[in-house]
Design a protein around this ligand. Structure first.
Ligand SMILES: [Zn+2]
Length: 276
């Protein structure tokens, strides 16, 4: 699933490609992906004719600002946007097309069909699901080591599960949680209540540094992630634990282990991240 660095990279790419375009027509081949309004005809009628003024991101959501409305998209597992000439052949997994007056087209492709689109009047997205339950962005001033310490100390959940909770901090998923916990030398099964101030500070720094490095590399390309211009990211070359089971720890040489925490595949170094 794309996480903050991948969604932000898609945002930066799409911003260059679609801001200023005007939606002439919308075609939706998988109406169930439209979550708001309920009716796909209403969705089309509202968005058609509007120009795109900005592309934003909140957590793992992409927000496409129109003149009066905002389109909120979650790519989930396999969703991808691409901009093509309208006459170009259409992949059978393309489920929505936004054809612009210019003759270009924004296409949403999703092999797994888990992605979603919501259309809100501008501003209404903030107080409504799915965005209203999101915690601070990792690069917001509000997300401090002290905030993280207090939030973790309030929960007896495993620290990994707490970090995956989008209400605690928005944008982290399995890859960057595993990587951040490794760099902070914290075992993923540690209870939130046991995290010390020093550990929270190390974790806070690790989350920001890991996300920043991944952003600089254009995200992590595992499975099928592409940035919106058909390009892959390069952070997979810098992963320390995620996807490296039985490979040598880059710090101490011990074999990386895989376990399951909260139903998610979890990667740790047993020496760098001592257990409970
Ligand atoms: Zn190690």
């Amino acid at each position: 699933m794309p996480e903050l660095p991948e969604v932000e990279t898609v945002r930066r790419t799409l911003e260059k490609l679609i801001v200023g375009e005007t939606i002439a027509a919308i075609s939706v081949g998988w109406p169930k992906m439209i979550k708001k309004p309920d009716d796909v005809h209403a969705f089309k009628a509202r968005a058609e004719g509007q120009s795109i003024s900005a592309v934003r991101r909140r957590g793992k959501f992409l927000l496409i600002d129109l003149e009066d409305d905002v389109l909120v998209s979650h790519l989930r597992m396999e969703g991808k946007f691409a901009v093509k000439a309208a006459e170009e052949e259409i992949d059978p997994h393309v489920h929505a097309r936004f054809t612009f007056l210019s003759g270009q087209e924004l296409r949403y492709k999703d092999v797994r069909k888990f992605g979603t689109l919501h259309l809100f009047a501008s501003g209404e997205e903030v107080g409504n699901a799915p965005l209203n339950k999101l915690g601070p962005e990792p690069f917001d001033l509000e997300f401090t080591a002290d905030y993280l310490l207090k939030a973790l100390n309030k929960t007896s959940r495993a620290v990994k599960n707490a970090l995956l909770d989008q209400a605690l901090v928005a944008g982290l998923g399995n890859i960057y949680v595993d990587e951040s916990l490794f760099h902070a030398k914290i075992h993923p099964l540690r209870r939130g209540t046991t995290i010390t101030a020093d550990e929270a500070a190390a974790l806070h720094a690790a989350v920001k540094a890991t996300l920043q490095q991944a952003l600089d590399m254009g995200g992590t390309s595992i499975r099928s992630y592409l940035n919106g211009a058909g390009e892959i990211g390069y952070f997979q070359q810098f992963l320390h634990v995620y996807g490296r089971v039985n490979e040598d720890c880059r710090v101490c040489g011990t074999a990386i282990e895989r376990s399951v925490v909260g139903g998610r595949g979890t990667h740790t170094c047993p020496v760098c991240q001592p257990g409970l």
